[in-house]
Design a protein around this ligand. Sequence first.
Ligand code: ADP
Ligand code: MG
Length: 697
Amino acid sequence: MSRVNEMFGSMVFNDAAMREKLPKETYKALKKTILNGKGLDPAIANSVAAAMKDWAIERGATHYTHWFQPMTGVTAEKHDGFIAPADDGGAIMEFSGKELIKGEPDASSFPSGGLRATFEARGYTAWDPTSYAFIKENTLCIPTAFCSYCGEALDKKTPLLRSIEAINKQAMRVLKLFGNEDVKNVITTVGAEQEYFLVDKKYFDQRNDLIYCGRTLFGAMPPKGQELDDHYFGSIKTRVKAYMRDLDDELWKLGVLAKTEHNEAAPAQHELAPIYTKTNTATDHNQLTMEIMKRVAERHGMVCLLHEKPFDGINGSGKHNNWSISTNTGVNLLEPGKLPQENAQFLTFLLAVIKAVDEYQGMLRVSATSAGNDNRLGSNEAPPAIISIFLGDELTAILNAIEKDDDFDQAEANELEIGVHVLPHFPQDTTDRNRTSPFAFTGNKFEFRMVGSSFSIAGPNVVLNTAIAESLKQFADELEPQKANFTAALNKLIKSTIKKHKRIIFNGNGYGEDWFKEAENRGLLNLRTTPDALPQFIDEKNIALFTEHKVLTKTEMQSRYEIHLENYCKVLNIEANTMVSMAKKYIFPSVTAYIKDLSNTINEVKSAVPKANVNAEQKLVEGLSKLVNLLYDDNNKLEELSLTALNIQDLQKRADYYKDTVIPAMARVRSSADELELITAKKYWPMPTYGDLIYKV
Ligand code: ADP
Ligand code: MG
């Protein structure tokens, strides 16, 4: 066995481990639970727990934890030792079925939005047997869902599991209509490409903005930015290479299929792409990937930045959520078919996605929104805030032809042939892809590029799964009663869907000014910032969607709206405060020290040589003191505005105030500080520069 083979999944209680460790009957019962999503018989829970514990202890584990994904966006754990007192005064290692199935963390310390007021603060975690347990840092981690005592979801996993169920149900109805009798269930698959920056820890530690906010709030551009594009796919530095190798090892042990790693467009920026897997696992794995990325970086004397926009003027980081849907028999339903029959089925699923993205563009937008991502979206290198779909010219032409084809003759339609007889096989090569589109068809999957690098991918996938479930439901509702003349009914449905939703298709340059106007004419939403987008959570149409498919209740939607608003306000409050204090405590004193030294120099030179020319020094002092006064005033103003914001009771109004008033005030402070950086001598400047951060890794 190769080293990789031996290592891969060695810390995961996966199918192989289960088969080896569990009694046959227990294994069978657990397998059934996993496949059918049916509840686990409590009687066998004890048997599973005992086997898991032995397996974990063999691998050095001493503790266990329920591992869950609360609304903070990071994972949470509460460790308990396996240890229990033995009768003889010694200790034994214990882990019961009850402890496996249910945990009770203190729910009040996690964001719950309105739910805290309405319901009991207590919550519980419940084992999700559909994702494998694993060992991390000597702790057995049991993936769980996190709910309130009344069953309200307090986490990201619960709605994800519900949405997976919803799309399975509706997709199965549609597949039946196409005669797929052998298919037992439908899964969605995701591959989340992860972008990140690496900076040297010694520089990181000298910047409070990086420490408190994860991004720089100050920093002038170095003479060289990313204009030469020499970093992208360039050779990877030795230090970074060592990091990536170590990271791969750690991820492989956890069964994460980390595959490709390369440099990104910006200096010091990199990307990790895993091989896709089912959505639930992909979500767990992406959370683990982010956590391990940070931890391994520390070991290498670096810090991994997952913020969407660590540096102004330099590409930000996103997460490309590659999404597709396939059958348990391994058929990718977004793979264009070779036979007319497959071709019609492919078009049906393709149009289900197009319709969903058009109808729920607001919800999709909100699934990729945060204070951090606002700094990235709509700027030069990231997709605009408008949702549109890139299909490519070839496929768009086919849809246009189908829409216009009036000659459809029902009498002749003895086989399932829609528009074109055989679809071309779409090239999956990256070069001709339009990178400016937020949502692109890439041959046999869709790539949602708006998602921020620090996000949990649960949110976007909940929206995709649920909105597409709704399209499929409507298709099935319309087609099921027309089984007798299915081909004609399908043809009609496909045509009308294209007509109705083609406005969302856009193959042009998403960064162009023209597109903003064009999108407005087409009636597409342009929700530019988080406060603009968040009310989508309480929009009637969206609430109807999520309640219809039993993914989120109205109360859960309301609470998510509040949690996100609150988070936005908190992030901006921290950023504004960090900025104020950095300006006061670091920049102002440093610049005035420089001014003082310059002034002393002027005086000393003059007293030594009364007629000496000190014009340059004087000009410099003038320039510095002008800017430092501006900085002083703007900084005081920012401090005042940030206090005002805190006193606004209504959360939406407070968020709007940050967006409209505080953010522009932050930009003013930054502008004079960055100008000062450019004319202040290096030895006076109180923090590492962009040059230090992005070139000295
Ligand atoms: P790139 O976007 O860089 O050209 P690929 O097209 O090879 O790279 O794949 C990008 C990501 O999409 C990878 O994480 C890959 O695993 C994932 N992917 C490929 N096929 C599917 C699929 N059917 N469902 C979900 N994700 C997929
Ligand atoms: Mg990609």
